[in-house]
Every structure is written in structure tokens, then in C-alpha cells.
Design a protein around this ligand. Structure first.
Ligand code: NCD
Length: 315
């Protein structure tokens, strides 16, 4: 695998391979010194043109735990502010000798463009509304770990909220359906793309109708920074209709799990404190983020000798 830009590009076998590799990284992270030499001599640069807490820190931690060198690009203090183009920025960083770009950008397709300008690997850490493949890997891994199953046949994933602006939803729809899950989207019509007939999903506008059939409840944030106009009449009404409150938690089957990619807007999509819910996987999603991104960087960068490198991970 040279790049990780979308779940479709990864495909079913690539998805399963990375999920299996993540198990090794979880083991590494459980050690007193969670560090292996597998990517010694490699350099990973994070190129984030949008804000991030979890994704950026977990990629940087992942690279360090595999002994790669890291470079951090900060837009606000870079020559982008002097008018330098994205292409010149990428070519400049490439000239310094980097092996992978981890890219987040507000425009769809930027990771594909960057891979035309550099020989380094490109990892999509979120492009516009389009794709966020490592978040989908995190979420599939977390469900596998929590439910103790490899595939999701017979399970229903219900994704609630701002589907329209959500790259997490798009990547998760692909990844969970590749593993056999049924996917239901719940949102007001204004927060759905105009046509989802070609997506492998069912659609509902009433959260209360689907809760009883849900195994994995996935709440999304209203991504107001990606909205051009008001898509909901007001936040209180949205919270009443689509927010998760105690009454709605009570309608879920007792085995159902709760997920959220973060950042969470308490009092909007989340009216309960998820830390009081025994089946919340939100903390596991964050901690698995490091292991999943270690697996991705290892898969991309360990190269030909990845089998011998895997023994370094195992030792
Ligand atoms: C998501 C994103 O950036 O797309 N966050 C994340 O990566 N954990 C979701 C969001 O911003 O709401």
C-alpha cells in the first residue's frame, strides 16, 4: 500500500489487514515502554490546514512510538501566510526528505493532488466532507474489540446528525458495510446529502423509531464550520429531536454501544454525560486512535522488509 486516502481505495482486504495489524500495536502500547524501532530513519510530516486535537496528536504519537522522526507544519506560522501555494509547500517539504505526509484540508481531493506532487506516501487525515479513513479504521477496530467479533453481519449501525458535512459518516458507511453491518442514517432532510440512493444505507428522520433496532449508535457533531447557511431552525429544537437524552438511552437495547468521533458538543447532540453510560466506547475510540495510526504508518512505511520489521514490533 503506497497511500491511504479513502476506504474504497483500501478495499475490504486492506481494511481487514490494517485491523489485524492494529492488534499488534495495541500490544506494543500495553508495554511499560511503548516504543519499537520499526520506522527508525523514516520521517513523517503532519500537514494540517484545519484544526484537530485527536487526529493530529495520535498520528504524531504513533510515528514517535514507531521511532520515526516527525515534522509538524503549522499553517499560521508557515510561508502559506506569505502567499506560498500548496504545491510549492509540498515540494519544499519533499525536498527535505520525508517518507509520509499526513494531510488534513478543508477541500475534497487534496490528498490525491498532493500524491501527484511528491514521491512520499500520503495519508488522508480528513479532506472536506469527503473521507476520513483512519477514523473509520478506529471505529471498526473499537467495535471489533468491544463486541469480540471480526465481522459485523447482523449488526445495525445508526449514524445520527450532520451526515451532509461529515467525512466520518462517509468513511464509516463504506467500512462498516464492507464488514457486513446494516447502516441507518438519521438526520433532518437539510443535514443529508441531496441523493443517497447509491449509498448502502437506509434513511430515517425519526431517531425514536430506530433506537430499538440499533446495535451501534454513532452520534455526530453539527459541523457548523463546514456549513454555508443555517441547516437547523435552532439548536434547542435540533437537540430535542436528534439529541441523545436519558429517555432515548432507555430505548436502546441493553447491549447497544455508543460512539462519537469527537469533538462532542454537550447539550446539542449529547444531552447525557456519556461517561455515566456503561456502554460508551468514546474513550476507547481515542485510545485506539494511536494504535490504528501506528498500524497505518507501519503498513505504508516499513516497506519490503515489513515481515522482519513486524518481528521488531513483536519483540
Ligand atoms: C471529525 C473530523 O474532523 O472530521 N473529528 C475527528 O477527526 N475526530 C469529526 C468532527 O469534526 O466533528
Amino acid at each position: 500500500m503506497k497511500h491511504l486516502r479513502s476506504i474504497e481505495e483500501l478495499g475490504h482486504d486492506g481494511l481487514v489487514r490494517l485491523l489485524e495489524l492494529t492488534n499488534h500495536m495495541v500490544e506494543v502500547n500495553s508495554r511499560p515502554v511503548p516504543k519499537v524501532p520499526a520506522l527508525r530513519g523514516r520521517t513523517v510530516v503532519s500537514l494540517f490546514f484545519e484544526d484537530s486535537t485527536r487526529t493530529r496528536l495520535s498520528f504524531e504519537t504513533a510515528a514517535k512510538r514507531l521511532s520515526a522522526d516527525t515534522m509538524t507544519f503549522s499553517v499560521s506560522t508557515s510561508s502559506v501566510n506569505k502567499g506560498e501555494s500548496l504545491r510549492d509547500t509540498v515540494e519544499t517539504i519533499t525536498d527535505m526528505g520525508v517518507d509520509a505526509f499526513v494531510v488534513r484540508h478543508k477541500s475534497t481531493g487534496i490528498p490525491w493532488q498532493i500524491s501527484d506532487w511528491t514521491d512520499a506516501s500520503v495519508v488522508n487525515a480528513g479532506d472536506g466532507w469527503h473521507q476520513h479513513p483512519t477514523q473509520a479504521l478506529v471505529d471498526c477496530f473499537t467495535v471489533r474489540q468491544a463486541l469480540g467479533c471480526e465481522r459485523f453481519d447482523g449488526l445495525t449501525l445508526t449514524i445520527v446528525g450532520d451526515i451532509k458535512h461529515s467525512r466520518v459518516a462517509r468513511s464509516n458507511i463504506s467500512a462498516f458495510s464492507m464488514l457486513g453491518a446494516k447502516v441507518i442514517l438519521v438526520a433532518p432532510p437539510t443535514l443529508l446529502p441531496p441523493d443517497v440512493s447509491h449509498w448502502p444505507v437506509e434513511v430515517s428522520h425519526r431517531l425514536d423509531d430506530v433506537l430499538a433496532h440499533t446495535d451501534i449508535l454513532y452520534m455526530l457533531r453539527l459541523q457548523s464550520e463546514r456549513m454555508s447557511q443555517g441547516h437547523v431552525p435552532n439548536l434547542r429544537e435540533y437537540a430535542e429531536t436528534f439529541g441523545l437524552d436519558a429517555a432515548r438511552v432507555g430505548k436502546l437495547p441493553s447491549r447497544a454501544v455508543l460512539m462519537h468521533p469527537g469533538p462532542m458538543n454537550r447539550g446539542v447532540e449529547m444531552m447525557v454525560d456519556p461517561s455515566t453510560l456503561p456502554n460508551s466506547l468514546i474513550h476507547q475510540q481515542v485510545s485506539n486512535g494511536v494504535s490504528v495510526r501506528m498500524a497505518v504508518l507501519f503498513d505504508l512505511l516499513a516497506g519490503e522488509s515489513s515481515t522482519s520489521h513486524l518481528s521488531q514490533v513483536a519483540s
